[in-house]
Design a protein around this ligand. Structure first.
Ligand SMILES: NC(=O)c1ccc[n+]([C@@H]2O[C@H](COP(=O)([O-])OP(=O)(O)OC[C@H]3O[C@@H](n4cnc5c(N)ncnc54)[C@H](OP(=O)(O)O)[C@@H]3O)[C@@H](O)[C@H]2O)c1
Length: 274
């Protein structure tokens, strides 16, 4: 079978396979349910939500109404900052599952490296992993210093680290450390939230390949080996963002895209977090 959005995975250190393209739903608001339904119809099998997005019930409703078997879906959610600590994290996980109306999560992440309690929260995630209620566990917004601290304390290393990644923000030290430790990288805001879709270098490659600027940016992430999480509530864009498997960027394209690094942080910057 040729590659497509349904059949392209990264294998995690848990042994689970994560579909390399997932639908992001941050700020999808009242369109969350229809966006997830459109994504499932377009072949996506991976949805990335979080307690703080406030839309776990809508994600769960779309899943409940779809005819895709649960075992073919990969659902991620995240522990929010106010829920850190061992007992609080366990309670927050239960609440997330209840809102999603699911029996287990495929991936549960610590959303942000909250100082003080993050190692205690990680112990809670390790318990959820041992119980198989979270089939994989990981972190988000952990840069190299946060990861080294966790590495010193963890029984189980994170399966994934979800950080902002695009040609314009490459976090090379953190990426290299994750690759060395066997931690998969998930690229959030892979479209720079639209801020660099009009860049001339992106446009030139888009024109030559006959693909859109968004597809060029996303394909860069795929060829770098990242799991990519584009967000859209627009059905045509949801389809476009999954149509990444009928072209390949050349080594020269990849180098041109790599040269766009400018430290562009479109969201929060975890480099400011001790
Ligand atoms: N862990 C974290 O701390 C964290 C932080 C940020 C994001 N994330 C995750 O990563 C996901 C993606 O990041 P993001 O939402 O920040 O930004 P993004 O995916 O980089 O960009 C989303 C924006 O691009 C637009 N768009 C989508 N596809 C397009 C296309 N083909 N052509 C032109 N414009 C397009 C969307 O518009 P429409 O929706 O109107 O179509 C939306 O305005 C989030 O939804 C979330 O799941 C995680």
């Amino acid at each position: 079978m040729s590659e497509d959005v349904k059949s392209t995975f990264v294998t995690l250190n848990s042994g689970a396979k994560i579909p390399q393209v997932g639908l992001g739903v941050w700020q999808s608001g009242g369109k969350t349910k229809s966006a997830v339904a459109a994504a499932l119809a377009a072949g996506y099998r991976h949805v990335d939500t979080a307690a703080v997005y406030g839309n776990e019930p809508q994600v769960g409703a779309a899943i409940a109404e779809s005819d895709v078997p649960r075992e073919q879906l990969f659902v991620t959610s995240k522990l929010w900052n106010k829920d850190h600590g061992y007992d609080a994290a366990l309670r927050a996980f239960d609440a997330t599952l209840a809102r999603l109306k699911l029996e287990y999560l495929d991936l549960f992440l610590i959303h942000w490296p909250v100082p003080g309690l993050r190692l205690e929260s990680w112990r809670a995630l390790e318990k959820l992993y041992a119980e198989k209620r979270a089939r994989s566990i990981g972190v988000s917004n952990f840069l190299a210093p946060h990861l080294r601290e966790l590495q010193g304390a963890a029984q189980v290393l994170p399966a994934a680290n979800q950080i902002e990644l695009s040609p314009f923000l490459q976090r090379r030290e953190t990426v290299a450390l994750c690759q060395q430790l066997g931690i998969a990288l998930e690229a959030y805001s892979p479209l720079t939230r639209g801020q660099r879709l009009g860049h001339t270098s992106i446009a030139a490659i888009a024109q030559r390949t006959g693909k859109s600027p968004a597809q060029v940016m996303l394909r860069w992430g795929l060829q770098r080996g990242f799991v990519i999480l584009p967000k859209s509530v627009t059905p045509a864009r949801i389809e476009e963002n999954a149509a990444l498997f009928d072209f390949t960027l050349t080594e020269a394209d990849i180098q041109a895209l790599d040269s766009l690094e400018e430290g562009l942080v479109t969201g929060w910057d975890p480099a400011t977090q001790d």
